[in-house]
Design a protein around this ligand. Sequence first.
Ligand code: CA
Length: 173
Amino acid sequence: MQKLILIIEDEQPIVDILKFNLQKEGYKVIEALDGLEGVRLAQTKEPDLILLDLMLPGLDGFGVCRKVREKSNVPIIMLTARDEEVDKVLGLEMGADDYMTKPFGVRELLARVKANLRRHVVDEEVESSEIMRIGNLTIDCSRYEIVKNDVVTVAVDGDLSSVTVKNLTARSL
Ligand code: CA
């Protein structure tokens, strides 16, 4: 299915560049030129990912992020101007998943979009499965742990989506 991306950005030339390149990659794109409209579209259209500018009229990027997070865990990539290190950190604490500093390359942006969409899918799969029990083996996907006979606990880092029960047990126990 075609992924829907919401761009919240008040500089039309940036919106146009983002939109052109995302559409070329096969994404559906909607746009908001101010924060309040951005929140409205985020809530009504339920996009798969949001590109969010920090300095916006109406409601700034932090405000938008907070509002959106009340109802959704959609991936949010913050777009910040240069030398806003503190703002970046705040942006992440505010619930953003990633950030990019302007000016950014289109290739990098597309790679980030793809990575965040993929990570989100993995997260959702993990949430829906959570705990598996096979014999005396318990696999807690939400905590990346495997427990055998209540004794062995193993943290598995990396991409759970590609790990099967068989190679988990072979590798860890
Ligand atoms: Ca701006």
